[in-house]
Ligand binder design. Structure first.
Ligand SMILES: [Zn+2]
Length: 368
């Protein structure tokens, strides 16, 4: 049975590997969102663009990855789809009852964070509920029949979610911007607002999602008493053979009188964390990516290893760091169980500490 499907799987994986290698309209949700604040008073410079209008990172001397390293990596990825891997995170299914109840309580919402899987965090604070990089699909991929496999189901079903006020999207890679999920979320709640870095709005609108806000680094928007900050990261973007770095990537902060939350998205370790910490910290909670760091020659520039993630949390002046971007999809070569162990060890060895470095089970909710 498995053998029979292998040629098709192989062809589709090759196709995926090719993809992998290789005028904003403002819509307001009935006065809940204030027009994004751009320009002059911004705390951070907008992203640069090169002569071909491709967005650039703050550091302009980042090493490039050789074709040989890429080829070896993608052959390894294809081979890995035919073998099992142990060490995926635990799943504790969440029926969403407490989260929906919490969302209804408009006077004293408990600040909570729930790990849905990968970089998808469900956050409640300041009487708003939001999702980061939501992906409920089994395969982050341009084609439905191929892509990296999902090791753990989402921790909560879409139907059991509390009403989502807004969604933060870090960039357009398939494991972070999952159109089937975004379409489902827009259908579930027509008022949900989708915040994307500049250049990503067109893709969402083409897919019938109208409540989109595009922000550049340093831009802010306000929503029901919270401020949403679009902030730098060190990464890149690509969804097809011809759109490399044509849409921006970012991290996000959501701040209010009671809580300050930071979502790092997908990023290499860079000096920007210190600047963000100095200008917007301290944060009560920072969600930091700790996985997809091997092979280093391929990943170093655009992903952090667990030690770098802990350093990022310290730079950000985060009271607590919650780990994400590991154990969910088959994206890289490190052992599946390694990132959280190294994350805890690094936190223990630094000022962050074990109690303030959270590794959640998929589906687990914690108050912060
Ligand atoms: Zn990415």
């Amino acid at each position: 049975m498995i053998k029979k499907h292998q040629p098709r799987r192989l062809a589709s994986l090759c196709l995926l590997s090719v993809f992998a290698l290789t005028l904003p309209t403002y819509v307001s949700a009935e006065g809940q969102v204030n027009m994004p604040s751009k320009g002059k008073n911004a705390l951070f410079s907008p992203a640069g663009q090169d002569a071909k209008n491709r967005y650039t990172n703050i550091a302009d001397n980042l090493p490039s990855v050789s074709g040989k390293v890429r080829a070896k990596f993608f052959l390894g990825r294809i081979a890995s789809t035919f073998s099992g891997r142990s060490g995926a995170p635990n799943l504790v299914p969440n029926d969403g009852a407490l989260l929906r109840e919490n969302a209804k309580n408009t006077t004293s919402t408990q600040p909570t964070v729930t790990w849905v899987g990968h970089a998808t965090m469900l956050v409640q604070m300041e009487h708003v509920t939001f999702l980061t990089d939501p992906i409920w699909s089994n395969k982050p991929s341009p084609v439905p029949f191929a892509g990296p496999k999902r090791f753990v189901k989402p921790g909560i079903s879409l139907e059991n979610l509390p009403p989502i006020d807004f969604v933060l999207i870090s960039h357009n890679h398939y494991d972070h911007l999952d159109l089937p999920t975004l379409r489902d979320l827009a259908k579930l709640n027509a008022e949900t607002i989708f915040f994307v870095p500049e250049g990503n709005g067109k893709l969402l609108r083409k897919n019938g999602i109208e409540q989109v806000q595009e922000l550049n680094w340093g831009d802010t928007a306000s929503y029901k008493g919270t401020t949403i900050h679009c902030l730098p990261t060190q990464h890149w973007s690509k969804r097809s053979l011809t759109d490399t770095r044509k849409a921006l990537w970012s991290s996000w902060a959501v701040t209010g009188p009671e809580r300050r939350f930071y979502f790092a998205g997908d990023t290499g370790y860079f000096a920007g964390f210190k600047e963000i910490g100095e200008k917007l910290g301290p944060f009560d909670l920072a969600a930091v990516p700790i996985g997809a760091y091997e092979p280093t020659a391929m990943m170093k520039v655009s992903h952090m290893d667990p030690e770098e993630a802990v350093q990022a949390a310290l730079d950000l002046q985060a009271n607590t760091a919650v780990a994400m971007h590991f154990g969910t999809f088959d994206l890289s070569e490190e052992p599946l169980a390694e990132p959280p162990l190294r994350f805890k060890a690094a936190a223990e060895a630094t000022g962050l500490g074990v109690n303030n470095s959270w590794v959640l089970d998929v589906g687990e909710t914690r108050q912060f």
